[in-house]
Design a protein around this ligand. Structure first.
Ligand code: ATP
Length: 349
């Protein structure tokens, strides 16, 4: 792996933490210890807790404007998503300390799930510039899907970046239904419980996709639009995704009901997507999702809204700290053109 950018000697660091993330209770204490470890290496570290959902984006944006070199998202993937939304197209890098329920980005980065060990590994990280995804509500020009009208957005319009993936359909319906208290109590099992509860009656939706201009229609149970590979911490829907290739990977699961969904899961777990004729796989810069009925959408594990939505890649737009054990299969072999990432920031001492 090639380092994209030199580490500042005494970086200014802000740890943004979600006090309600995950199931642990003494997060602040272990984050203070992580901060001390970094301070011992000359890093200038501050901590700030979020007060409400959505806070972390503004905190990260302000930190970047104030010359902070690294903003550390201490929480789960929802917190990582909020922080990165404040850092896209800035000079400030994203790092993570895993304190959430699933911690997919931390796993992709090869970090231990223990905050202290993850902090120690972060000292050895390299700066890399990566792509992110962007998802926006859209008003389709096509008013019809076969002979029926295309659904118009009924919820507030959204415009959001994502680092890991977005899901459309069944997984987003599950995400929307998991209650925060249940997630706190049961952890990842809350998702399994919800999936079983709604799976019996879930029906595939008629969807029209436009993938880089190419029209594709069908009845889909769900689709994953991946910027990276790992999903749910255990499997890979978008197993060919590279985080610096200027493309999003799209894995579509076809079907009318969940009856045969276990077969699709076997294909996904055994990484034989390409041999399953009910799984379609694409790579593209832009994907439009249109449907007769509004279909739920989640980004990086949190419910976002409903179709119609437009997904597109924002190439080379985010600096991230990449520890030595990060999954190498996420990066293309060649050194990418870094000109679109903001130039390195100079620490004002
Ligand atoms: N102070 C806060 N009070 C209430 N909600 C918050 C606060 N700070 C952040 N949140 C919200 O909590 C949501 C979940 O947090 P987060 O993703 O960090 O943890 P998690 O859900 O336990 O982990 P994972 O996403 O890995 O499963 C985030 O989407 C965020 O919007």
């Amino acid at each position: 792996m090639v380092s994209d950018r030199a580490f500042p000697e005494q970086p200014k660091v802000l740890i943004v933490f979600n006090p309600h993330a995950g199931q642990a209770t003494a997060v602040r204490q272990s984050l203070e210890q992580a901060a001390d470890l970094w301070r011992a290496q000359g890093w200038q570290v501050d901590l700030q807790a979020t007060m409400a959902a959505g806070d972390a984006t503004q905190i990260a944006k302000t930190a970047s404007q104030n010359g902070v070199n690294i903003v550390v998202a201490a929480g789960g993937d929802g917190t990582v998503n909020e922080v990165m939304n404040g850092l896209v197209n800035t000079e400030t890098a994203l790092a993570v300390l895993p304190a959430g329920t699933v911690n997919i980005w931390a796993r992709e980065m090869g970090l231990a799930m223990d905050v202290q060990r993850a902090a120690a590994t972060t000292l050895l990280a390299q700066w890399r510039c990566v792509d992110v995804g962007r998802v926006r509500s859209m008003f389709p020009r096509t008013r019809r899907l076969s002979r029926k009208r295309v659904a118009r957005p009924k919820e507030p319009l959204v415009d959001r970046h994502f680092l890991l993936m977005a899901g459309v359909g069944f997984d987003a319906a599950v995400t929307a239904g998991v209650k925060p208290l249940e997630k706190k109590r049961l952890g990842a099992i809350a998702y399994v419980k919800q999936a079983i509860q709604i799976g019996w009656n879930y029906r595939g939706n008629k969807v029209a996709l436009r993938i880089d201009g190419k029209k594709i229609r069908g009845r889909f149970l769900m689709a994953v639009v991946g910027n990276s590979q790992l999903y749910g911490g255990v499997m890979k829907f978008t197993l060919d995704a590279l985080i610096d290739d200027g493309l999003l990977d799209i894995c579509v699961i076809q079907g009318r009901s969940m009856l045969k969904a276990p077969l699709r899961l076997v294909s996904i777990f055994s990484r034989s997507h390409h041999r399953d004729r009910r799984i379609k796989y694409y790579q593209a810069k832009q994907i439009q999702f249109l449907s007769r009925k509004p279909i739920p959408v989640q980004v990086d594990g949190d419910y976002l809204g409903q179709t119609p939505m437009l997904f597109e890649v924002v190439p080379q737009s985010l600096w991230v700290l990449v520890p030595p054990n990060a999954d190498r299969s996420l990066w293309s072999n060649h050194t990418t053109d870094q000109s679109q990432c903001a130039p390195p920031i100079q620490t004002a001492d």
